[in-house]
Design a binder for this molecule. Structure first.
Ligand SMILES: Nc1ncnc2c1ncn2[C@@H]1O[C@H](COP(=O)(O)OP(=O)(O)OP(=O)(O)O)[C@@H](O)[C@H]1O
Ligand SMILES: [Mg+2]
Ligand SMILES: [Zn+2]
Length: 504
């Protein structure tokens, strides 16, 4: 008897529907799986047989042939255990109900428990698009699946429970959880002084601008960067789903986790490999650049990252996605993050300190500058020198502005961008195309004059010129929108200061 069930496979961050067919054919007892990579077949057979027997069913000595279709689609992982096992129960007359009724996914453990798998939200989207209206998922993945409201989700903990679901003995899971949990992290009010750095960070957050923080050791660069999530508005529904898909496929969704509604903040260590940062591998996995999609990629101690790792950043910084080509096909992973880089300005760290003198030889200062500037400076809109706050100021008790107040301004500026780019794929000022810059960056006469003078004085490259306009656009948006004025341009110019500071 032929028995069929419906499951899924992951391709990049998307899922495809896979049909699982189990047939019992003549011949000596056997268990063949066609359509899975060799390495996983053996383990998979062992788990399925054992799970069936340990759940109180029989695995009769027959000749089973399992076919996973389409054959051309390369499959990975153990997500097919549950549908294969259910089809075997059905084919051997032990299920009493057709498993094809509800698509399902899950890895089995030897004792018959259903273990969580990656990519469940993508799978749920795929079945919705495929015309199905319900899905069986591992219990730990229930919140993630339930994020797609149009689908009825049936969480299961064991193989036996799966049968009960198919027999209609359980109702669907209703997620009573409120998605929009407010961000609970460190607050900008902890940071004394640093008004310039805070202002620059507010602008960066408002327009999704890449930012570089540089300055003396202990000046608070790391402290400032870690507070950025507290001023980022929650993700829209579409972004939330996309972000959750990436984290789920990457195995980075915490157990029992649901929709990710807050922009991710990723801070990979400087010893990370290029694959860890950019993604890749035989079965391509998502890297930090994709896990920080719609959020922040924080590279602390920037110059300590290996050169090939920094090089791997260039494509996503340019294209806002990363392409991985493998024998299995080409995978595209979204990678539109706000880069926050932090670094000391020289080896000793005190180059711009003003109090503590720098002890680095000039050639070393130059090569350090090259390490910061070379590969990424043309991708950074805002450069800010973070000065050390005097100790007595650190002890002052005056109250600093809370993140919530900054967040309100960021939200308003984001709202202006949303209206501006209504029809376009662009979401943020920092992502404007040259055409959009022409359309949306109107300068008044004074602003024009200031910018012109700067172009003459500093021989601005075209790229820097556009960056200044984009940053000025965000500054103007924070100030109420409309025409870009002189002080907006002047402020934007002040954030292109790294090269200038080294030149003096
Ligand atoms: N402006 C500030 N307000 C309050 N605390 C501060 C401030 N600046 C620094 N600190 C304190 O000093 C510590 C060191 O700051 P932080 O680690 O962020 O410096 P850094 O610039 O990243 O240094 P490094 O270059 O060594 O990495 C902070 O954890 C905090 O306790
Ligand atoms: Mg630091
Ligand atoms: Zn130095």
């Amino acid at each position: 008897m032929l028995s069929k069930s419906i499951s899924f496979g992951i391709h990049g961050i998307d899922a495809r529907i896979i049909e699982v067919e189990v047939d019992i054919i003549r011949g000596l007892p056997g268990f063949t799986i066609v359509g899975l990579p060799d390495s996983t077949i053996r383990e998979s057979r062992e788990r399925i047989r054992s799970a069936i027997e340990n759940s109180g069913f029989e695995f009769p000595p027959r000749n089973f042939v399992v076919n996973l279709a389409p054959a051309g689609f390369k499959k990975q992982g153990a997500t097919y255990d549950l549908p294969v096992a259910m089809s075997i129960l059905h084919a051997t007359g032990q299920a009493g109900i057709d498993p094809a009724a509800i698509p399902m996914v899950g890895e089995l453990s030897l004792d018959g428990r259903v273990k969580p798998v990656r990519g469940v939200i993508s799978m749920t989207i795929a079945i919705y698009r495929g015309g199905y209206r319900s899905v069986i998922v591992p219990y730990e993945n229930r919140h993630e699946a339930a994020a797609i409201r149009e689908i009825e989700v049936f969480p299961v903990k064991t193989l036996a429970e799966t049968l009960s679901v198919l027999r209609g003995e359980f109702g669907p899971f209703r997620d009573g959880r409120e998605c929009d949990d407010p961000h609970a992290g460190p607050d900008f009010s902890d940071v004394r002084g640093q008004e310039t750095a805070k202002r620059a960070i507010e602008i960066a957050a408002a327009g999704h601008h890449n930012i570089l923080l540089y300055g003396s050791p202990g000046s608070g660069k790391t402290m400032l960067a870690k507070r950025i999530p507290s001023i980022l508005p929650p993700l829209g529904k579409e972004q939330a789903i996309e972000t959750t898909m990436i984290h789920s496929v990457g195995g980075e969704l915490k157990s029992g986790g649901g929709l990710i509604t807050h922009p991710p903040f990723r801070s990979p260590h400087h010893t990370s490999s290029d694959v860890a940062l950019a993604g890749g591998g035989t079965f391509p996995t998502v890297g930090e650049v994709s896990l920080s999609h719609n959020g922040v990629l924080f590279l602390d101690e920037f110059v300590e990252f290996k050169n090939n790792v920094i090089q791997a950043l260039r494509q996503p910084l340019e294209d806002y996605e990363i392409t991985v080509s493998r024998a299995l096909g080409t995978f595209r992973f979204p990678a539109d993050f706000m880069l926050v880089a932090a670094s000391n300005p020289c080896r000793c760290g005190y180059l711009f300190d003003g109090e503590i003198p720098c002890v680095c030889p000039p050639h070393q200062v130059r090569s350090h500058f090259q390490k910061i500037a070379g590969p990424i400076l043309d991708r950074i809109d805002i450069e800010v020198l973070v000065g050390r706050v005097p100790h007595r100021d650190l002890l002052e008790v005056h109250s600093c502005e809370k993140s919530a107040a900054i967040l309100e301004r960021v939200k308003t500026a984001r709202e202006r961008q949303k209206n501006r780019f209504d029809e376009s794929a662009t979401r943020y000022n920092s992502r404007m195309t040259p055409g959009e810059i022409r359309d949306h960056c109107r300068l008044d006469a004074d602003a024009e004059a200031v910018l012109e003078a700067a172009v003459m004085r500093t021989a601005l490259t075209a790229r820097s010129f556009f960056k200044i306009l984009k940053t000025a656009r965000t500054i103007a948006d924070l100030a109420g929108g409309g025409t870009i004025r002189k002080n907006h341009i002047l402020e934007a110019l002040s954030y292109k200061n790294l090269q200038r500071n080294y030149d003096v």
